[in-house]
Design a protein around this ligand. Structure first.
Ligand code: ADP
Ligand code: MG
Length: 312
């Protein structure tokens, strides 16, 4: 039996051009959960994590549009809301699929906090764009009234709020996750990278930040002593010279090579960059294998037959 942490990208739940209706999300999640069920059926113990970019964007927009009637919630609370909604859909879908296959297994999604350091440089240099696009006037108003840091996205013609993206230190609920695993549960946890919290005088407090879900998944994989960290996105392999005539897709990759390519800047920040960084960190932290591939290739990749596979 292998223990696998599987991180679903935003695409597994919502494809570009989709509007994000509940039906669309359910259908995408069903496809992703079929892949998870295949891995469970093959005898693996699976822990699921997921992104929440489009969903938290929608919650923030709802806040924005309804603020005259309903008090807007801070970002940590919005993150928790998306863990609940996405976790619920995954949990229900997996429960139904496992029942169809007569695999008796409790499925549970866990609201998960992730500890970050208040002195992380990310808090001084926010980089992660979230929520809607605004005009320059609106942006000036939000920064004056709400203290938001706003940045112009010239390519897409608008201003967006940017928030810090600190490094995850530890999954607060890690011992609860381990207990659930000991009880043979299929656990969905650390959704959206987890709710970022800081510790002050021994107490946890939510903060206005977003943790990268691939880096949080790596922490989780260490905390549960997973054999494999598997990051599922929408490309079959990681590439060097991506999107150029010299593009080369990578299959087997030793840690040192992965680090060299990472250092040479082959992987875009905010998309492939954090995935490769998470894959590297997992091996450096003692993990056996990191895989980056597409949803459809998950089963083959676990057997070593597809995807980019990074090993010591
Ligand atoms: P997710 O939503 O699954 O987390 P992202 O969209 O953030 O995924 O990142 C995956 C995307 O990264 C791919 O669709 C691809 O367009 C892009 N990408 C950037 N650099 C590379 C690279 N070097 N190799 C492969 N894909 C890359
Ligand atoms: Mg994406």
């Amino acid at each position: 039996m292998q223990r696998l942490v599987i991180a679903f990208g935003g695409n597994a739940m919502l494809q570009a051009k989709q509007k994000g209706t509940a039906e669309e999300q359910r259908a995408n999640i069903h496809t992703a959960c079929m892949a998870v069920a295949d891995l469970v059926e093959a005898g693996n113990q699976v822990i699921v994590t997921h992104g929440n970019g489009p969903q938290v964007g929608a919650v923030l927009l709802q806040n924005e549009l309804a603020k005259a009637e309903v008090p807007p919630m801070p970002l940590d609370v919005c993150g928790a809301a998306t863990q609940g909604q996405i976790g619920y859909m995954i949990q229900q879908s997996l429960t139904n699929i496992l029942a169809e296959r007569a695999i008796p297994k409790p499925v549970v999604s866990l609201v998960t906090q992730v500890l970050v350091d208040e002195n992380d440089a990310a808090f001084r240099y926010p980089t992660k764009p979230i929520g809607s696009f605004y005009t320059a006037e609106e942006a000036a108003r939000f920064s004056a009234d709400l203290g938001w840091v706003m940045r112009e996205d010239k390519a897409r013609g608008g201003w967006r709020r940017v928030v810090p993206s600190p490094d995850p230190i530890r999954i607060v609920e890690r011992s609860a996750v381990r207990s659930l695993l000991a009880g043979e549960a299929l656990v969905i946890t650390a959704g959206g990278g987890g709710i970022p919290v800081v510790e002050r005088a021994g107490k946890l407090h939510g903060v206005e930040a977003v943790i990268d879900k691939d880096l949080a998944s790596e922490r989780l994989a260490c905390d549960v002593e997973a054999d494999t960290l598997m990051i599922l996105t929408d490309v079959p392999e990681v590439a060097i010279n991506f999107n150029t005539p010299e593009q080369v897709n990578l299959r087997g990759l030793a840690l040192a090579e992965a680090k060299r390519y990472y250092g040479e800047g082959h992987f875009k920040p905010g998309s492939m960059g954090p995935k490769v960084l998470a894959a590297i960190r997992f091996i450096e932290d003692g993990g056996k294998r990191s895989i980056i591939t597409s949803l459809g290739l998950a089963g083959q990749a676990v057997r070593g037959l597809a995807g980019t596979i990074i090993t010591p």
